[in-house]
Ligand binder design. Structure first.
Ligand SMILES: *Cc1c(COP(=O)(O)O)cnc(C)c1O
Length: 453
């Protein structure tokens, strides 16, 4: 009989907990990140046998390993069917290279894979609670819409999204304000930092304790595990035998990459990951020198979802390689740098190189990439050029957003206007509804108490 997987903290100073507690807490009490205590392992034959299965079935097989005795197979399978109702294309890109497009979800970003699954799991665990959970989130654009979409319609959960009135695009705003139901949106007369300050103050306010406020932050283990499924999916589709594969991952907070590392530990024979960052190169430098220096403030690049100077998942990576990093980025115990260097090929790609890659990939391989996917594609080409990888090696480069989300860059570089994916079409014409408030805590608090007490 297989035992349920338990979760421990990277800071090693909190009790191990089950899936439910790890999900609802987000962060461990010692401020560390939850990690599976044991990584379940598949035989290569089991992975290859998934070849003909639809994505939702592959996700079910992978996630079931972490949900044993906690969520029934029937329920998990139903959730997977419901949240993964879109395509996961593997586009041929010359020789044996492919681009995996993770941009067909409701907000056209790879974050949909994780956010939607986490939304359903948290919804399941809190469905019978007497008082509903209220999830507060501040957004500068994209995270808010992914979270709003993920929890939209989930029973016993209410979402409040704060956004800076003049700092989000019309399209970004409409992705949040046209949902309705359990999603409330508030335009704040202020900047993103004002929104975040209001949310933080509410979380810390003892007078709001009864409201059951919660955050759906990016370090939640519930956002990590679903990100290992597409690595298993891609591998099972693309090979007949147990040959090695390379994945190139455009990285900011390193959650996507950690999903890949988990998939490798589960049995996918990944020979190397390309860790591709933009000019925020603190991790490539760390891998090279063994010395870690966060970048403060982070550098502004066109692949803006990767403008991260201190990745929130780095402590997990260090942990996986036998080291320990605390919540502020101090290395308590050095990881095995030799193994890290063998497993990862890391590159930092400038904006100039990113633009050039968008043009070249279009001309040479017929690929339409946006800035994040172009960083990954550039990194993969660097690995081929290094001579470490034969030109006929099996390789997958990950595309994390739909090119139509970055029309100004694509127009400027390629002279074409990418067609909106179905999920974003027609949004202009939908009815919007949102509140407007000053960046004033007393007013915000009154609102929360009157609406959510
Ligand atoms: C969040 C994001 C990334 C970076 O993913 P991490 O898991 O933070 O490394 C890359 N591309 C896009 C489009 C994103 O939204």
């Amino acid at each position: 009989m297989k035992m349920p997987v338990l979760f421990r903290s990277t800071n090693r100073n909190s009790p191990v907990v089950g899936l439910k507690e790890a999900l609802l807490r987000g962060q461990a009490p010692d401020k560390g990140l939850y990690m599976p205590e044991v990584i379940p392992r598949f035989e290569i034959g089991e992975i290859l046998s998934l070849k003909e299965k639809p994505y939702h079935e592959v996700a079910f097989r992978v996630l079931r390993e972490y949900c044993r005795k906690v969520i029934s197979d029937d329920l998990l399978q139903a959730i997977c069917r419901e949240v993964y109702d879109y395509e996961v294309p593997l586009e041929p890109a010359g020789n044996r290279s492919f681009v995996m497009r993770l941009d067909r979800g409701p907000t056209a970003s790879f974050k949909d894979f994780a956010a939607r699954m986490m939304g359903r799991l948290i919804g399941h665990f809190t469905r019978q609670d007497v008082h509903p959970l209220t999830i507060l989130t501040a957004t500068s654009g994209d995270t808010g819409s992914a979270i709003a979409q993920a929890f939209f319609g989930v029973a016993n959960i209410r979402i409040v999204v704060l956004f800076p009135v003049n700092e989000v695009s019309d399209r970004q705003r409409k992705q949040m304000t046209t949902l309705g139901k359990n999603v409330a949106t508030i335009a704040i007369d202020g900047k993103f930092d004002d929104c975040q300050a209001l949310v933080k103050r509410a979380f810390a306010d003892p007078e709001l304790k009864d409201l059951r406020l919660s955050s759906a932050n990016s370090i939640n283990i519930g956002r990590l595990l679903p990100q290992s499924c597409y690595y298993v999916y891609a591998y099972s589709r693309l090979t007949k035998d147990g040959e090695p594969i390379v994945f190139s991952v455009p990285s900011g907070n390193f959650g996507d990459l950690m999903g890949g590392v988990i998939a490798k530990r589960m049995g996918v024979p990944v020979s190397r990951f390309v860790v591709a960052t933009n000019a925020n190169d603190e991790v490539p430098r760390f891998f090279e020198t063994g010395k870690y220096d966060p970048i403060v403030p982070s550098r502004v690049c066109i692949s803006n979802a990767m403008n991260v100077g201190h990745p929130s998942n780095l402590a997990r990576l260090v942990d996986f390689y036998g080291g320990q990093m605390d919540e502020v980025g101090a290395i308590i115990k050095a990881p095995d740098m030799e193994r890290i260097r063998a497993d990862f090929f890391s590159v930092s790609v400038s904006d100039e190189a990113t633009r050039k890659t968008i043009a070249e990939a279009h001309k040479d391989a017929g690929l339409l990439l946006e800035p994040h996917g172009a960083v990954a594609w550039n990194g993969l080409q660097s690995l081929f050029k290094s001579g470490l990888l034969g030109k006929d090696a099996l390789a997958v480069s990950i595309e994390t957003a739909h090119p139509a989300k970055f029309p100004e860059h694509i127009k400027k570089i390629l002279g074409i206007d990418p067609v909106l994916p179905p999920s974003l079409q027609g949004i202009e014409n939908r009815q919007e509804s949102f509140l407007r408030m000053e960046a004033d805590y007393a007013g915000f608090k009154n609102f929360l108490r009157s609406e959510y007490a």
